[in-house]
Design a protein around this ligand. Structure first.
Ligand SMILES: [Zn+2]
Length: 181
């Protein structure tokens, strides 16, 4: 029985990966994002722009090994929300910096993608290469909603209009965190 259980888990995981790959290839045709995301305070590279995606109002780098790029500061008591659990804070992985970049979040509906590390927009800078003219721009915004390109959704059934209270909390959490000036 455990073999069957394992197989069904693997099948589900594979199906999700295929779904994600399809979503990413569709997105790649619509807008090609080339560049890097780095810590605004110190320039430490966090990941490739092509891996930046969103779920609800959380924007994060969809890399399995992203935890290697940040310092995790888990809360003593995780904060439970309707669709997610706020596990702790994510800080810059550069030893000389350690500035707060965002949160660590577990998504109840998508355990296979969890945890994710939603980044606050004003903690990062984006080096964006425009593929139409090869020009490089450095983008530094306060809010993700003002970044001048579309960021693909993690899963294709995510709806930008699906703004419930839970998402509102994380929108605030990602763009400005308590203690920010
Ligand atoms: Zn840094």
């Amino acid at each position: 029985m455990s073999g069957f259980f394992q197989e069904s888990l693997v099948a589900e995981w594979t199906a999700n990966l295929i779904k994600l790959a399809i979503a990413q290839s569709v997105n790649a045709k619509t807008f090609e994002l080339t560049g890097e995301v780095s810590c605004r305070a110190c320039g430490y590279v966090l990941g490739q722009l092509a891996q930046l995606c969103r779920h609800g109002d959380s924007y994060f780098l969809n890399q399995r090994d992203f935890y290697n790029r940040v310092e995790e500061k888990p809360f003593d008591t995780p904060e439970e929300y309707a669709k997610s659990t706020l596990i702790g804070e994510a800080h810059c992985g550069s030893k000389e910096c350690r500035v707060r970049l965002g949160n660590i979040l577990s998504l109840r509906d998508y355990p296979q993608f969890s945890p994710i590390y939603p980044l606050k927009c004003k903690a990062v800078q984006i080096k964006y290469i425009d593929n139409t003219n090869e020009k490089e721009k450095t983008i530094m915004k306060k809010k993700w909603s003002t970044v001048p390109f579309d960021i693909p959704f993690l899963v294709d059934d995510s709806c930008p209009n699906d703004a419930d209270d839970d998402n509102d909390i994380f929108y605030d959490a990602c763009d400005s965190l308590p203690g920010d000036l």
